[in-house]
Design a protein around this ligand. Structure first.
Ligand code: SAM
Length: 290
């Protein structure tokens, strides 16, 4: 396994940075990671945002930990990063063939499901100036369904999937911003989005409750989360079969098929307003409890 990349942001004459450096060095004995020390004044793009929060560490360009932190917290974050690396690697690897691999499912079922899912939501909404966030945009299959008037943000953890989405966005005359980000650590402001969408994503998010908590944080209090996801079947026999095949499926595709998404929504602090039931495919409408 490749080493985890850690950037350690410091500044001159900083006693806390010395303490943080020791913690980081100790943590390195327990986990495999490479530290790159960066003076924040050299990292001008981060300076405005983070100067007051130095010392800080950045793991895999994704998760930030600000001082005070202890060794345990650093080690836990490294271990999380190691686990997240696996599905990211699989999606990056499969990105070139992803649309082709999925095409039978799209033709047989997913395309129609997407159409109905988005149509129903946008029919009943005033769209002007609305701010939409899609999590796990993948190769950008949902971009055609978004209204022209909206400002659309798409986040995606696997950079090569995102590169595919960027090609699709070029062909659409829409206001779309694509960002290489992890839903578990969204670098987006609190209470800033009207709608969040996910389609077939929460099967591959390492810690789904943490991801949903982040969505809750960035949604406006009156905002809504719409999800089209596959979940663990509630049929006892089917549920057991799914549990059995879950590890194999994960190793091939990077997705878990035994996710309890409704329970996870509730744990993360959402009210589930609507759940349309299919045995495995579900549509959820949820509101953040703020
Ligand atoms: C099964 S694909 C679905 C893609 C797209 N939503 C669609 O409907 O075609 C799941 C996507 O979620 C992305 N993903 C997985 N974990 C993520 C995370 N923690 N943050 C953001 N994206 C993630 C994967 O890289 C992958 O592109």
């Amino acid at each position: 396994m490749k080493r985890i990349k850690v950037n350690f942001y410091t500044k001159e004459n900083c006693n806390l940075c010395d303490k943080a450096r020791k913690i980081l060095e100790n943590a390195r004995k327990a986990g495999k990671f490479n530290i790159r020390e960066i003076d924040i004044e050299q990292a001008t793009f981060l300076m405005d945002k983070f100067f007051d929060k130095i010392p800080a560490i950045e793991i895999e360009n994704r998760e930030y930990i600000f001082y005070p932190f202890d060794e345990k917290k650093v080690i836990e974050a490294i271990q999380r990063a190691e686990k997240i690396k696996k599905p990211v690697k699989i999606y990056n690897r499969n990105s070139r063939f992803y649309d082709f691999m999925e095409s039978p499912m799209e033709v047989l079922s997913f395309r129609e499901l997407r159409e109905k899912f988005f149509k129903k939501i946008f029919e009943s909404k005033k769209i002007k100036k609305i701010k939409i966030l899609e999590i796990g945009v993948g190769t950008g299959k949902n971009i055609p369904y978004y209204p022209y008037e909206a400002e659309i943000f798409g986040v995606e953890i696997a950079k090569k999937m995102l590169d595919r989405a960027k090609i699709k966005v070029k062909n659409e005359n829409k206001n779309v911003h694509l960002l290489n980000m992890d839903v578990q650590y969204l670098g987006l402001k609190n209470d800033s989005f009207d709608i969040v969408f996910t389609t077939f994503v929460f099967c591959s998010v390492f810690d789904p409750v943490q991801g949903l908590k982040e969505i809750k944080r960035i949604l406006k209090p009156e905002g809504k989360l719409y999800m089209l996801e596959h979940v663990r079947s509630e049929n006892p026999l089917m549920g057991k079969i799914i549990d059995f095949f879950d590890p194999l499926f994960f190793n091939i595709t990077g997705a878990h098929i035994a996710r309890k998404t409704k329970e996870n929504l509730i744990k993360a602090g959402f009210e589930v307003e609507e759940e349309k039931i299919g045995s495995i495919l579900r549509v959820f409408t949820a509101t953040p409890l703020k």
